[in-house]
Design a protein around this ligand. Sequence first.
Ligand code: BDP
Length: 725
Amino acid sequence: MILYRSMFRVFLAIALCVSTTTVYSEDGYQLWLRYNKLTDAATINQYKAYTQGIVLEKESPTLLLARQELQLALQGLLQTKVTFSNTFQGGGIIIGTPSSSGIIASLALSDKLKATGDEGFVIVQTRVKNKPCIVISANKDIGVLYGTFHFIRLLQTQQRIENIAITSAPAIKHRILNHWDNLDRTVERGYAGFSLWDWHRLPGYIDQRYIDYARANASIGINGAVLTNVNANAQILTEPYLKKVAALANVFRPYGIKVYLTARFSAPVEIGGLSTADPLDANVKAWWKKKIDEIYTYIPDFGGFTVKANSEGQPGPQNYNRNHADGANMLAEALAPHNGIVMWRAFVYSNEVPEDRAKQAYNEFKPLDGSFAKNVLVQVKNGPIDFQPREPFHPLFGAMPKTPLMMEFQLTQEYLGFATHLVYLAPLFKECLDADTYAKGKGSTVAHVVDGSLENHSLTGIAGVANIGNDRNWTGHPFAQANWYALGRLAWNPSLSSETVAEEWIRATFTNNEKSVHTLKDMMLASREVTVQYMTPLGLHHIMGWNHHYGPGPWIKDKPRADWTSVYYHQADENGIGFNRTATGSKALLQYTPEVQKIYSSLENCPEEYLLWYHHVPWNYKMKSGRTLWDELCHRYYQGADSVRRMQQQWSTLKGIVDEERFQQVSSLISIQHQEAIWWRNACVLYFQTFSKKDIPSGLEKPDQSLSYYQSLEFPFAPGIKPKW
Ligand code: BDP
């Protein structure tokens, strides 16, 4: 019933689109699953040759979803009626597994299928009873669903399908969204409305959103959702909430998505009535074992826990003089009989140690390599500080060979202009994944650490901190959908290029008009670098507004901890600017392999995008451009802000091609982005000028406000702030 409701909406939307020749309105709800009529006649004709019908011999919940999706897509994209049947009538698309389909079992696909594991798929064009047809098959039902979505993507992006022969399997096993969602439906660092999870009305009320969410994830291969904030609330582990979680798990299951929760380490005390949460205490162990066994009575395929412990005030094993492995292994032991996993986060930095924050996770975790249980992944943020516009890769990648390390990226734009700025993050993800750790010589990329190939780990994972809320278009900014999309696609295949992913997304989300695809791709591919320029050029980092991280705040100082201030990170003084992390400074660079050290250690050779990350550099230092550091810094800020204006012009060419509603929405957002880029530029240049004591280079327009004006701005209600419990 519920599914039909959702299909009806999509049909309605499609009907509306074709019933009018003028540009129609869209609100972005359909994401990249729009299935609007294709425009290229030759392509449509080619596709029609294969759309006489869909054959699904034996149904299952997941296979039914695949069939319905395919029918929906074909009918929308080709505007023809597509029937289905459980017998082969000659031609069409056959979907299924060797065990659900006699036809598929009779085809010589077993060699190909062997290589695709539990989730991969094979798509081939072949002949059955001498009739041409397309076969989408897999070892398991979920692979058929993934294959179906892949096939649909080929159609949406107008690829040729004759002689198609695709074998695909995910490179990474656990492809997960981390929702930082609180039980009151606020979302920490969330900028797209409130949480999707309507805890109050669960389990009785199943919101259509849950189904549409699962469908969207399945379409890009995401197979896990951590439902709750890493700053966890133990209540989620109580019986009433577990029943609610179970209701969500039931919705997600046919889409191949497992649910996970965050485990608050002190739960045995808070909801269990124990006096300690010491992981080596027998009662604590017994409590968790019982709790975990109980969870599996509600959710037989529960995925496991994500844990933030001894970080930013969260309780953890160190409260009892135990280490991270003691804590992780205690939970892992109780989860193991159920095949559950622990994703133990390495985002830790001590309250006491006055050590460069960039070094602390490595210092704490590296000595523990080899001491984690088999079902533990250590989840490491992409960089050593905290999801900055640009950071080097985290030094733990390549440094813990005996431990499977899971990647944590942030989709929600906490430090990247919230859901107001257009920032396509695939280039950021790729920069990290493609970085070479040199852990086992050249080619030891972060991607090979994460996909397990470098050290032969079969337990692998990648997580994205979700940017999804209950905004009608899911992510607040229509383009932020691309970051959700990119996470899924790159988790499946980290070797895809940012460009390929962008192009797929653009064609499915906006248009197949070649010129516009080109313009949109250009905007998206440039956008991350543009943001770096107007926020944190040349390796600057963490100079955002205090706590909410909205807007510039390079002047932030005198807070409870030095590493919660901006002055700690930029270290500007009258001699220069930047954080010396080389051998003569904090020595953070020494945590990397000698090959990596060599790239960054000398001031002369350090790539300029990381200059101020690794070096404290004199204001008069001669840059590659021939300018002084001060002049170069100013130029970068100005260039960044100017580039947003260019983006604005590019977007304006889409008028009449993109539907009016999304056109207007993006136009307004880019115009705010432009104003905010100027705000960033002016505030930072004026502030750093108090140290450099130099003029803004001639030819650059002077800021129209004073530094004290920018410093006086306050945003007590900026969205996404941490809850105060
Ligand atoms: C920072 C966020 C904070 C998170 C923390 C984390 O500011 O809200 O709780 O990371 O990842 O980026 O645990």
